[in-house]
Structures are given as C-alpha cells and as structure tokens.
Design a protein around this ligand. Structure first.
Ligand SMILES: [Zn+2]
Ligand SMILES: [Zn+2]
Length: 237
C-alpha cells in the first residue's frame, strides 16, 4: 500500500539564498572577534582559541536579518511524501527514502530520511511474529453440535467448520493465511481461539430446553484430574 506522510525538513531560504541577510543589506565585520572568527582566551599559562559565538566563526555578521528566515538562512518546510509500504512489515521496520532528509552543508546533497513504522493495533487480531491470533465466541449449541463459522482473514472470509463437541479454548490453525513475510520465508498462520459462551439470560422456553438437556446429561461433578485441567485440543486445518 501507499501512505502519505508529512516530513519536515530544513530547506535553504530562497529569499536570502541561505545567507541569512536581508537581500541588498549585506553583512558587516563581527565586532566580537573583529572578523577573525575566533577569540583568544588567556588562562594563566595557557591560551585557548575558541570559535566566536557571535558570528559562529564566519567573522561576518548580518546587518539586517532576512525577514523570511529571521537570519537563519534555512527554514522548516513540511513536505508531503508518498511512501510505499511493503506487505508484512512490522513494528520498528525502517524504510529509507534516499535524499529526502536534511540538506547537505553548502549545497551538498541531502541526507536520507528514515521512516520508522509503527503497526496499529487491530480490533480483533493480535500479531505474534507473522502469525495472527483471534478469539471467536460460539454459543453452547454450536460448540456441542458443531457449526460453520466465518473467520475474517486478510483476504476473503474463511469458512471454518468446528466439529461436534468443540471445547472452550479449542484452537484452530489456518495455515498460510497470516502475515506475508517481508524478507522471504513462509507466510504466517491464523490461530482461531474458541470461546464457548454460556448464556446468562434465558427465555422461558430456553430454560425449559436446557433443563431437559441437563436431566439427560451425565452428572460428573468430581474434581477433574490435574492432568486434564487446561488440556486444550488443537485442530490443524
Ligand atoms: Zn532568508
Ligand atoms: Zn565573530
């Protein structure tokens, strides 16, 4: 896909041609360093030369600062750039835009602009590497009898057949429907986690049906053996 970004950068001021001086006003010798660009500091036996900070070492100061750039010689412009985002990029991936960075000194070529990508949180998919995970709720009837459910993917929806007796927490793996790899390798998978929802509100009829169902089901209220706890069946599609 293509994204439009706003990239600020400094560009040479066209009014003063990067001199910082109002056109026609010229410059004058720096009074701090008398045009030498450096200042000599005497410290006991040592003498140290430092760059003059009034003129930044140029020896000249601007008589009238340019009105457009306030004497900076450069001004910030925000440019709109179209950036090609390859499929499968992840948080922290960097894209390099050649010569879209800050201009070089004295008219040299501009540097490069690096765009660091941040992937937006998805409403229901969680990304782990190139795999995508989502949780899909099913009702008790669908879990017990099996059902056809529709799983949204990056392309068209996938019809997932969940079998009779699907337990809460069951996991279905849809191979190669995850995130395409950016640097070669295989495409990731989609993992569908099933969440069986027990109804919390019942109509009179539903209550009657569930009561009938309850009376036909075996009653097994012994604590489960530890090895069975948390046992989740995985399905591979
Ligand atoms: Zn200017
Ligand atoms: Zn100076």
């Amino acid at each position: 896909m293509t994204a439009e970004i706003q990239a600020p950068r400094m560009e040479a001021c066209d009014r003063c041609r990067a001199t910082g001086a109002e056109p026609g006003s010229g410059s004058t010798t720096c009074p701090t360093c008398n045009g030498r660009g450096q200042i000599l500091y005497q410290q006991s036996f040592l003498s140290v030369r430092r760059t003059c900070h009034t003129c930044n070492g140029s020896g000249q100061i601007v008589r009238n600062p340019c009105r457009q750039c306030h004497g900076q010689g450069y001004r910030q412009v925000v440019r709109k750039l179209k950036v090609n985002i390859p499929a499968g990029v992840d948080d922290g991936n960097r894209l390099r835009l050649s010569q879209e960075g800050q201009p070089g000194a004295n008219g040299g070529p501009a540097g490069d602009l690096y765009v660091v990508l941040k992937v937006k949180e998805h409403a229901f998919y969680e990304r782990r590497g190139n795999d995508l995970h989502c949780t899909i709720p099913v009702n008790v009837g669908q879990a017990a009898l099996g059902a056809d459910i529709e799983v949204p993917t990056l392309e068209e929806p996938y019809r997932l057949k969940i079998p009779e007796g699907t337990q809460n927490g069951a996991q279905f793996r849809l191979r190669h429907l995850g995130v395409p790899p950016v640097n070669g390798g295989g495409r990731g998978d989609i993992f569908v986690h099933i969440e069986v929802q027990v109804p919390s509100k019942l109509t009179r009829e539903q209550r009657k049906l569930l009561e009938q169902l309850r009376d036909t089901l075996p009653v097994e209220n012994q604590p489960a053996e530890k090895s069975l706890l948390g046992k989740v069946r995985d399905y591979f599609m």
